[in-house]
Design a protein around this ligand. Structure first.
Ligand SMILES: CC(C)(COP(=O)(O)OP(=O)(O)OC[C@H]1O[C@@H](n2cnc3c(N)ncnc32)[C@H](O)[C@@H]1OP(=O)(O)O)[C@@H](O)C(=O)NCCC(=O)NCCS
Length: 154
């Protein structure tokens, strides 16, 4: 994984992030939402890029917000062409390192109940289901599983 680069989202990444977001979710975040998130002080969005001889390609991103020692992961997506190649792993590894550095105690996220790849990824990093929000998602309607990782006991 020598030529992977993990870096804070910048204006020049937003076109690619917007494209990946639209191909990944039925209710994607808007461009404005990404721009606001990079601007509001408590949100962080990082991109995973592949360094090539023709320049860097943005292939994935992860976002979270930290408030009072608790983090919520708000965005995780990998370009469809790059899924199943370890990018999700790489995103989570970097996020976990950032949580440790920021002394985050608990990390929460929500995921569609039927999203086996994402649930598999989160479980691999020590997240466990702690609740269900009935019919939380639309297009299609589906329950959300609330997952949590306790950073202190890990
Ligand atoms: C979920 C997602 C981020 C995973 O990223 P990825 O780069 O494909 O994942 P990786 O190749 O790094 O795999 C990491 C782990 O995820 C899990 N995983 C990945 N694909 C999986 C699949 N098809 N089925 C079950 N588990 C899977 C496994 O635990 C895997 O670990 P392993 O390789 O040791 O088995 C990616 O599928 C994606 O972007 N999906 C669309 C957007 C989305 O659903 N985001 C999550 C919103 S909550």
């Amino acid at each position: 994984m020598d030529n992977w680069i993990f870096t804070a989202l910048s204006e020049k990444d937003i076109d690619e992030v917007e494209r990946i977001e639209k191909e990944s979710f039925s209710e994607p975040w808007s461009r404005d939402a990404f721009e606001d998130a990079t601007d509001n002080g408590f949100h962080r969005i990082y991109c995973l890029k592949l360094g090539t001889e023709n320049g860097d390609i943005t292939v994935a991103y992860i976002g979270w917000a930290v408030v009072s020692g608790e983090a919520e992961i708000t965005n995780v997506a990998v370009d469809a062409k790059f899924r199943g190649k370890g990018c999700g792993n790489e995103l989570m590894k970097h996020a976990m390192a950032a949580f440790e550095k920021e002394d985050v105690e608990k990390v929460f996220l929500e995921v569609r109940a039927g999203n086996a790849p994402a649930i598999g990824l989160y479980e691999k990093f020590g997240f466990r289901g702690i609740g269900v929000r009935k019919n939380f998602y639309r297009f299609p309607t589906e329950d959300a599983i609330v997952m949590m990782k306790n950073m202190i006991s890990e």
